[in-house]
Design a protein around this ligand. Structure first.
Ligand SMILES: C/C(=C\Cc1cc(O)c2ccccc2c1O)CCC[C@H](C)CCC[C@H](C)CCCC(C)C
Ligand SMILES: C[S@@+](CC[C@H](N)C(=O)[O-])C[C@H]1O[C@@H](n2cnc3c(N)ncnc32)[C@H](O)[C@@H]1O
Length: 230
């Protein structure tokens, strides 16, 4: 059965990549590259990209692990996965990425399989953040790292106001022009419900991660949670 979050991402799939470029002024590419770097994937690794969407982070992970590595991209939106497959047919990454349609709350993998993992703008959207971190912990090998990139609320009130203005006054109106107002208006309330950096660290520790650090980026408007399993 399709849930509400799945429907949102299925609906935005046709314009998702283009809007990310426009609305972040191309900056999301840099933020994603940072997350991939912090996952510490290296040549020959088996890497995992959770909530892979149209495949941006998975394609970057593939470049990092190289032809001797392996990359799996997991998402539950068939429309975004279709975009990911189209892109990988055009870019022909080595290794070829294995695209898996599944719920990240119930990963179809054995324990201790992955050397590195990423998750871009996924954690805020899952129904159960702890369960999602638990599943990530389960499938990582001991010693492996994961980097989780998402929006974050800056603690500075002026920056927070700027972020809100940017979302309400630029992102939503542009999306509205394309008939996707409600889909993009969802970002702000989802961010209000999302745990801030120190709460994310606490949740990661609770599921067993030995090390968890949250790095605010873009003046705290985005953040990367880096976790290690020992
Ligand atoms: C790649 C980005 C967002 C992905 C994304 C995540 C979601 O949860 C969604 C939910 C519903 C619809 C769409 C999405 C979605 O696309 C990040 C870049 C896109 C942002 C919309 C841009 C937001 C920018 C910051 C608030 C301010 C940045 C200032 C900068 C200096 C340009
Ligand atoms: C904002 S998109 C991010 C896509 C990509 N990682 C990126 O950074 O561009 C969020 C993605 O999370 C996926 N998603 C949300 N909850 C999920 C879940 N429980 N299982 C699998 N995918 C999920 C959505 O389908 C969507 O593709």
């Amino acid at each position: 059965m399709t849930n509400e979050i799945q429907s949102i991402f299925n609906r935005i799939a046709p314009v998702y990549d283009q809007l990310n470029d426009w609305l972040s002024l191309g900056q999301h590419r840099i933020w994603k590259e940072m997350a991939v770097k912090w996952s510490a994937g290296k040549p020959g690794d088996t890497a995992l990209d959770l909530c892979c969407g149209s495949g941006d982070l998975a394609l970057r992970l593939a470049r990092r692990v190289g032809a001797t590595g392996k990359v799996y991209g997991v998402d539950f939106s068939p429309n975004l996965l279709e975009k990911a497959k189209e892109r990988s047919q055009k870019q022909y990454p080595q290794p070829a990425i294995i695209w898996v349609e599944a719920d990240v709350l119930n990963l179809p993998f054995e324990d201790n399989q992955f050397d590195a993992a990423t998750m871009g703008y996924g954690l805020r959207n899952v129904k159960d953040i702890s369960r999602s971190l638990q599943e990530l912990y389960r499938v990582l090998k001991p010693g492996a790292k994961a980097a989780i990139l998402d929006f974050h609320r800056p603690s500075n009130p002026q920056l927070r106001a700027f972020q809100q203005l940017y979302l309400d006054g630029f992102v939503v109106p542009v999306a509205n022009y394309l008939g996707l107002k409600e889909e993009y208006a969802y970002i702000s309330p989802s961010l209000d419900r999302f745990p801030v950096g120190r709460e994310q660290i606490e949740l990661a520790r609770q599921v067993g991660f030995a090390v968890a650090t949250h790095y605010p980026i873009v003046n705290g408007m985005m953040g990367v949670l880096v976790v290690s399993k020992f």
